[in-house]
Design a protein around this ligand. Sequence first.
Ligand SMILES: C[S@@+](CC[C@H](N)C(=O)[O-])C[C@H]1O[C@@H](n2cnc3c(N)ncnc32)[C@H](O)[C@@H]1O
Length: 107
Amino acid sequence: MPGLAPKLALAGAAAAGGVALWWRRNPSACPYSQRFWVEAPHPFVTRARLLEILAPQPGERLLEVGPGTGYYSLDVAERLRPEGGLDIFDLQPEMLDHTMARAGERE
Ligand SMILES: C[S@@+](CC[C@H](N)C(=O)[O-])C[C@H]1O[C@@H](n2cnc3c(N)ncnc32)[C@H](O)[C@@H]1O
C-alpha cells in the first residue's frame, strides 16, 4: 500500500514524542520491571569509555548513585580492588539486589 510506511513512521515518531513529553512532566525512575532498557548496550558511553574517563584506581572508594542493574558497576568495582570498593545507592532495592547478584556471579 503506497504511502503507508511514511504514515506509520510519523505515527511512531508522534507516539515516542508523546511518551517523552509525558515522562518529562511526570518524572519517575525506570521501574525494575522495565530493566531491559538499562541492560541494553550503551553505545554513546560504553563501559570502556567510562573506565577511560573515570580512570578508577586500585584503593579508591567510589559511590555510584543510580546503578540500575549494574551496567557499569561491576567493571568499575573490579578496577578498585583489592583495597578499594564501589558503594552503590539506588532508589529501588530490586536494582541493588540485581547488581549484587551479578557481582556474586562474577566472584
Ligand atoms: C536509567 S537507570 C540508569 C542505570 C545505570 N546508571 C545505567 O546507566 O545503566 C537510573 C537508575 O537510577 C535510579 N535513580 C533514579 N533517581 C534516583 C535517585 N534520586 N537516587 C538514587 N537512585 C535513583 C533508578 O532507580 C534507576 O535504577
